[in-house]
Design a protein around this ligand. Structure first.
Ligand SMILES: [Zn+2]
Ligand SMILES: [Zn+2]
Length: 131
């Protein structure tokens, strides 16, 4: 007999594993993946697990994109992103020390960039499909 606790533990490790492979994912993506293995898992359970991992500092929030859906990031280091405006694809990027001072100069005096940067554009895949 499995206790609900065993099941939750199993779900949590499945979510962790998926996020590690995926990098960035919404709750809907996590749910879709887990349902392949655990057809009974509910959206509420997935929401609870990702929220708990976020509270524990095992996940951080990624830029949400045009759809404005909450998206989690398994990469806990401070990093920048490239985001596709068309499909919402998100990729980790490191914009580097040369870029920040240039952007700060453009923004104006007394302003400094404290967080990570998200650069938007069109990804390779969408370029191809648009051609
Ligand atoms: Zn795209
Ligand atoms: Zn990221």
């Amino acid at each position: 007999m499995q206790t609900p606790l065993d099941r939750t533990t199993k779900y949590i490790s499945a979510v962790r594993e998926f996020m590690t492979v995926q990098g960035h994912a919404t709750n809907a993506m996590v749910l879709g993946h887990l349902q392949a293995t655990y057809p009974d898992i509910s959206a509420t359970t997935v929401h609870r697990i990702t929220a708990r991992l976020y509270e524990r500092g095992e996940l951080q929030l990624a830029p949400s994109g045009a759809a404005n859906v909450l998206r989690y990031d398994a990469n806990l280091a401070t990093h920048d992103h490239f985001m596709c405006d068309v499909c919402g694809m998100l990729r980790d990027a490191q914009l580097g020390d040369l870029v920040r001072p240039a952007i700060e100069n453009a923004i104006g005096r007394d302003c400094s960039i404290s967080g990570s940067l998200t650069v938007s554009g069109i990804c390779k895949q969408c370029h191809k499909e648009g051609a």
